[in-house]
Design a protein around this ligand. Structure first.
Ligand SMILES: [Zn+2]
Length: 145
C-alpha cells in the first residue's frame, strides 16, 4: 500500500472504530526505526493525538523477515491500541501483556477479513477460513457478555 492508501484506510477505520475525534497520523518507516516491529503507535490520550509508524514493505519482503504482515491489519491493530490505553498492561512481555496483544491482533485480523469479505470480491475465501458468522461471534462473543 502507498502512504496515501494507508492514510485513506486510516480515515476509514477511524470511523469504523469510532476514533474520528482522534488526530492520527500515519507514516511508513524502516523497521529498525520501530525496534524491528511491524508497527508502533505513540498515543497521547489526554489530547487524543496518535502517531502510527508502520513498517516499510521493503523490510517485510526481506528473506529474514519474521513474518509477512498485512499493512492494513497492522494499521487496525495500532488503532485498536487507542481503545486499550486505559487498561494497558504495565509490561507487554508478561502474560497479561501477551494475551492483550493476542486479542488486539485477533480482532484486527478479523475486522480486516470481514471488511474485505463484504466489500472486496477480489479476496478469495478458502474452505478453512471461518465464516463471517463465526468471525462475528469471535469478535462479539456469544451475546452473553
Ligand atoms: Zn500492538
Amino acid at each position: 500500500m502507498t502512504i496515501e492508501q494507508l492514510r485513506d484506510r486510516c480515515a476509514y477505520w477511524q470511523q469504523v472504530l469510532r476514533l474520528q475525534d482522534w488526530d492520527i497520523t500515519v507514516e511508513i518507516v524502516r523497521s529498525r526505526a520501530i525496534e524491528d516491529a511491524v508497527g508502533k503507535i505513540h498515543p497521547l490520550f489526554s489530547k487524543k493525538i496518535a502517531r502510527i509508524k508502520l513498517q516499510d514493505r521493503y523490510d517485510a519482503c526481506q528473506p529474514d523477515a519474521i513474518y509477512q504482515s498485512d499493512q492494513e491489519v497492522d494499521l487496525v491493530h495500532e488503532l485498536l491500541h487507542c481503545h486499550f490505553i486505559a487498561c494497558e498492561p504495565e509490561d507487554w512481555d508478561d502474560l497479561k501483556g501477551e494475551t492483550t496483544h493476542q486479542a488486539i491482533h485477533a480482532i484486527s485480523t478479523a475486522l480486516v477479513k470481514l471488511d474485505r469479505g463484504r466489500f472486496g470480491p477480489e479476496v478469495a475465501t478458502e474452505k478453512s477460513e471461518p465464516s463471517v458468522t463465526e468471525m462475528l461471534v469471535a469478535i462479539r462473543g456469544n451475546g452473553t457478555a
